[in-house]
Design a protein around this ligand. Structure first.
Ligand code: TXA
Ligand code: MG
Length: 364
């Protein structure tokens, strides 16, 4: 298949031809990759089972893993779900458009080929000019998983989509690097109280404050996706992405973790291993050995989320043998960051002793 790549800007003007072409592709059952505020999506008409099947084929995705339907207006939601519970209404008012996906009971018009056979459907209204205009002009909800090959990190730039899907999709809209860099939060409102199936930029704390009740995380997360606990978001059971090299997270006070990483890196390097380090700006001077990638600053965890996936891709290219990463606090947005990092590490974590943590509370 010929894959066309077109650059789009966030300007409204002068791009009519691009959107006309892209929306025609969608209407005709084709595949169009496009930027959203979280990660790039691989879009197709979500009400067309055959079009959805092409998504699974292009990604190499298991067919029991359902797709998120992307909409541009709330009126579209009413057509694809059975009912909108009060909790969802509040979330929509506050966080749509935005990085929040809500799981509802599906209406009959949504094919099982989109929902992986489930009676529920996940819906999101993205907050990105390109995504919204594409959905509006297509006139249908757009089913879109992250635009990576199954088992690769989600794409945060169009070049990542090209790496994974060139020749497998009709069109890639290149809108530059995305803002957030991690996939949306998923909340299931078909149960009371609602449950978070995947943590993201809209945090557990934000939803708890909004709904004035405790919103819990699907227990499957807390137990590190053990084989016998089935996550409610089918996609979360797959070992999403494993870097080619072993990835080890070092947790403890940031100060001690950085010292430990530097020590482990020096030891591995002395044995002739090629070492990678994922560290924060605060501790960059500690790292003297190995290929060091500064992921962001602890003062702004958004920077860490923004850079995580493209750094993991860069390490695959660099062909290191082992990667050490600093760990991050698991509250607020950190919950999502650690969820993705732990999955990439296959839960290989070195926890420094509590003694070291308390001794060094002043540095954390
Ligand atoms: O930020 C995002 O959500 C991005 C952009 C493109 O919008 N999309 C994305 O899609 O991350 P995907 O397919 O990579 O991840 C969707 C997740 C999967 O883990 C899937 O199992 C879960 O959502 N999911 C979809 N429909 C569901 C449903 N009805 N019930 C439970 N989980 C569902
Ligand atoms: Mg994905």
């Amino acid at each position: 298949m010929n894959t066309k790549i077109i650059s789009v800007t966030e300007e409204e003007e002068g791009q009519d031809r691009i959107y006309r072409e892209a929306s025609e592709r969608i209407k005709q059952g084709g595949l169009v990759a496009f930027p959203t505020e979280t990660v790039y999506g691989l879009g197709a008409n979500g009400l067309d089972e055959e079009a959805a099947a092409k998504i699974y084929a292009a990604k190499g995705r298991p067919s029991d893993n359902p797709l998120i339907l992307h909409i541009a207006e709330v009126e579209q939601l009413e057509k694809i779900v059975r009912c909108i519970p009060d909790a969802a209404k509040k979330m929509i008012e506050t966080y749509w458009p935005g990085p929040l996906t809500i799981v509802f009971e599906k209406a009959d018009c949504v094919p099982y080929g989109t929902t992986g056979g489930l009676e529920t459907v996940a819906v999101r209204m993205p907050d990105h000019i390109v995504a919204r205009r594409l959905i509006k002009e297509s006139g249908v909800p757009i089913a879109a998983p992250s635009a990576n090959r199954s088992g690769r990190p989600s794409p945060t730039k169009a070049s990542h989509v090209v790496e994974d899907l060139f020749g497998k999709v009709d069109l890639i809209l290149d809108g530059g690097m995305v803002g957030i860099g991690l996939e949306s939060t998923i909340v299931d409102v078909t149960v009371t109280p609602p449950v978070i199936l995947r943590p993201g930029y809209i945090t557990q704390e934000m939803l708890t404050a909004l709904l004035k009740q405790e919103i819990r995380l699907d227990p499957a997360f807390l137990q590190g996706i053990a084989a016998d606990v089935k996550p409610k978001a089918p996609g979360m059971k797959y070992r999403h992405y494993a870097p080619k090299a072993d990835l080890v997270i070092v947790e403890g006070s940031p100060y001690h973790a950085a010292k430990k990483i530097a020590e482990l890196a020096a030891k591995q390097a002395a044995e002739g291993k090629r070492v990678g380090i994922i560290g924060t700006k605060e501790f960059q001077d500690d790292y003297q050995t190995g290929l060091v990638k500064i992921i962001g600053t602890r003062e702004e965890e958004e920077t860490i989320a923004h850079n995580l996936y493209h750094i993991l891709r860069e390490f695959d290219e660099a062909q290191v043998d082992i990667i050490y990463s600093e760990g991050f606090p698991e509250d607020h947005f950190g919950q999502a960051i650690m969820n993705r990092l732990e999955k990439a590490a296959g839960n290989k974590i070195i926890k420094l002793s509590d003694e070291a943590r308390t001794r060094d509370a002043s540095f954390s």
